[in-house]
Design a protein around this ligand. Sequence first.
Ligand code: NAP
Length: 364
Amino acid sequence: MTWRVGILGATGAVGQKMIQGLAAHPWFRIAELAASERSSGRTYADAVRWMQETAIPDGVGELEVKPASPVLECDFVLSALDSSVAGPIEQDFARAGYPVISNTRNHRMDEDVPLVIPEVNPDHLNLIPRQKERRGFANGYLVTNPNCSTVGLAMALKPLDDAFGVAEVFVVTMQALSGAGYPGVASLDAMENVIPFISGEEEKMQTEPRKILGRLAQNSVQFADFKISAQCNRVPVIDGHLESVSIKLKKRASEAEVSEALASFSGEPQKLGLPTAPAHPILVSSEADRPQPRRDRDAGRGMSVSVGRIRPCPLLDFKFTVLVHNTIRGAAGAAILNAELLADRGLLPQRSQVGAEVAARKHV
Ligand code: NAP
């Protein structure tokens, strides 16, 4: 069975990674590309400023870029729209019957919208029926993945929370330039510099992990009760967000137990063998100076989070370093993995089937 995918925001930094991630996908075929008025009506090759190290995949460059309106010929959409416009566009697609798997911030914290990392909280997909009922969606719905730096942090916290309980988290990020899209940060601001401010980022890191690690109870998520203090910096690295984390645990643990909990972490995507799932969602490094963005960001084809430098913290209990590939595990790959999980659960009907069901119901 194959599904036809539409990509909203296909010309952007994340949209391009979605195209790369779907180029040889066994289940999903790129059928429609959409972006702003600037791009629509042009071929993809003409409209895009392609920034990837591999060529535009065969058959994609010739596709016409369409406006982001819900008349696309596809079974579901992945959204990498600019957040200034994503909210209402995604809602319109869901209302028109499309499953919308979004990478943008706009609906992440809506009470009825799952914010999902497939290895961490696949059960939150059970919010979908309530969302459909509450918003009056017949077939469409919204599912989101977290902010790019949140993904790395939440994945590292999950096994520790399960094993020992997380009580407090302090995190300082060093975030890559590609996290700001293209053209992003001006070169005169970025080069030979560190910018100790990324608009809205600290707030996202302080709230999103608490929803993701929260418990689904009576059709809503009870947020995890630990506090997070985040400080976010933009650094002159192209891809890969590095995070220095200190944590306080609820139960005593040894350094070896913390390391073992992280290294042995595995989830539903690994059990199901989903195509984009890495064999190891977390890779623990024992080398004193790893992980590093340039050397480690592509681990597990960009889908593994690297953790290293696990050691005691004189203020809290332990400290360690996390690295996440921000445009793959932190964005495009995260959305594709969510789509695979939805497909595996039978939550991605093909739209021809949806049309046939509606027609059959009308006929009755
Ligand atoms: P980007 O490079 O600036 O791309 C934005 C995309 O949105 C482009 O395809 C653009 O099309 C399209 N767009 C802009 N205005 C539009 C409109 N009025 N109607 C339809 N399409 C419109 O941004 P990005 O870095 O790829 O990020 C995309 C989304 O993912 C954002 O919401 C961002 O916050 C989120 N995100 C990014 C990262 C990351 O690491 N970069 C990580 C996690 C989440 P045109 O080319 O035609 O203008």
